[in-house]
Design a protein around this ligand. Structure first.
Ligand SMILES: *Cc1c(COP(=O)(O)O)cnc(C)c1O
Length: 377
């Protein structure tokens, strides 16, 4: 039996919701579950508009396009995150500019962001937008980030793909951006099997996202098109699955917090191991429990590969932290403002199995393997 990193957790009314959708005759593309899912997610995040799309990546792509990003533009983006953030920029012919993390939350450093904006403002090359990822289910420091962006009048895209249910300063993830994106991929805290949502307070922006996500169809009886759109809508069946999953979001977060607490307690005696830091004003959804080995320790690279090999041999899925996007071969040479923080996290850290469906007994196996490894050093 394999213990996965973050597999789908399907223990609720999923079958019931799916069968009801099938029986209703609404399969795809539209249907009442899509609208209901949009309302429910918008309600839970506290924003007025939501557009369900076929993936988080699709959401980022169409949202950037609606913010006017195009050929020749620059978009600043977190380097310590999943490649989808940068790809959405590249799809539009724009250039991603990678910004490093702060040690306090592992998210985009407001200081480095400010420096980059300042130096670009001086030469009249402000970016078209900034994408900030909420890494591992924890919101970035939007107090400082939003202030910097407001100063330079650059729109914020919040990539809250991993962060549904998290909050910062009591404000929910997915509500910080001019537009924000959530993912319902299979490894996320709530899944539709594959899907995403664009969230915004801006009704015009929401309508534009919806239009471009439905092949840019004009209002007419026949098919009329005056611009290029995408086939990016979520199917009604997927939305029904998402609605069933959403019922237990609070339980899932509680369960993930519980797993993190058990990891923390077990690892407490090992002073060179630290979990991802959580600032006092941050409430993560604890999507993945992540940790680093102290930077003062020797041979981190060998330590990390031995640890990962030990887990793999026991059929436990653990992973390195995000490889910074500015280190990805496909983005070699891309502009960046980096100070080594993300590089260091990647060299020293791992993600542990954190599925909300994992039992305490399964977690005990993971912990025992880990402690045995640490004690053998
Ligand atoms: C999962 C993820 C995405 C992409 O979402 P998909 O639904 O898989 O397309 C984008 N950004 C981040 C940070 C993610 O974790």
């Amino acid at each position: 039996m394999t213990i996965f990193l973050s597999p789908p957790d399907v223990r609720g009314p999923e079958a019931e919701f799916l069968l009801a959708a099938l029986a209703s005759g609404w399969i795809a593309p539209q249907g009442p579950d899509v609208e209901a899912f949009e309302c429910e997610v918008a309600g839970s995040v506290g924003v007025s508009h939501a557009v369900a799309v076929s993936s988080g990546t699709a959401g980022l792509h169409v949202l950037l396009r609606c913010l006017g990003v195009g050929t020749g533009d620059s978009v600043l983006v977190s380097t310590f995150t999943f490649v989808a953030c940068a790809n959405a920029i590249t799809y539009l012919g724009a250039t991603p500019v990678f910004i490093d993390s702060e040690a306090e939350s592992w998210n985009m450093s407001p200081g480095l962001l400010y420096e980059e904006l300042e130096s670009r403002a001086r030469v009249g090359k402000l970016p078209k937008a900034v994408i900030v990822a909420d890494t591992y289910g924890q919101c970035a420091d939007y107090g400082a980030i939003s202030a910097a962006l407001a100063h330079y009048e650059v729109p914020l895209v919040e990539d809250a793909a991993e962060a549904l249910g998290a909050s910062r300063f009591g404000i929910p993830a997915g509500s910080f951006g001019s537009g924000s994106v959530i993912s319902f991929n299979g490894n996320k805290i709530v899944t539709t099997g594959g899907g995403g949502m664009v969230l915004t307070e801006d009704q015009e922006l929401a309508e534009r996202v919806l239009k471009l996500a439905t092949q840019a169809r004009e209002p007419a009886m026949h098919y009329e098109h005056t611009e290029i759109g995408y086939n990016y809508r979520l199917s009604n069946l997927s939305a029904a699955l998402g609605r069933a999953q959403l019922c237990s979001l609070e339980d899932r977060i509680r369960r993930k917090a519980h797993l993190r607490e058990r990891y923390r307690a077990a690892l407490q005696p090992y002073s060179d191991i630290s979990l991802m830091p959580v600032p006092s004003d941050s409430l993560p959804n604890y999507w993945l429990t992540c940790l680093t080995r102290a930077s003062s320790t020797d041979n981190c690279e060998a330590w990390l590969s031995d640890l990962l090999a030990t887990f793999a041999a026991a059929r436990v899925e653990a992973r390195p932290l995000w490889k910074p996007l500015h280190r990805q071969p496909v983005y070699r040479g891309a502009p960046r403002r980096c100070d080594g923080t993300a590089d260091s996290l990647f060299q020293r850290g791992i993600c542990l199995p954190s599925g909300s469906g994992m039992t305490d007994a399964q977690q005990d196996i993971v912990i025992e393997i880990f402690l045995t490894f640490l004690d053998s050093l």
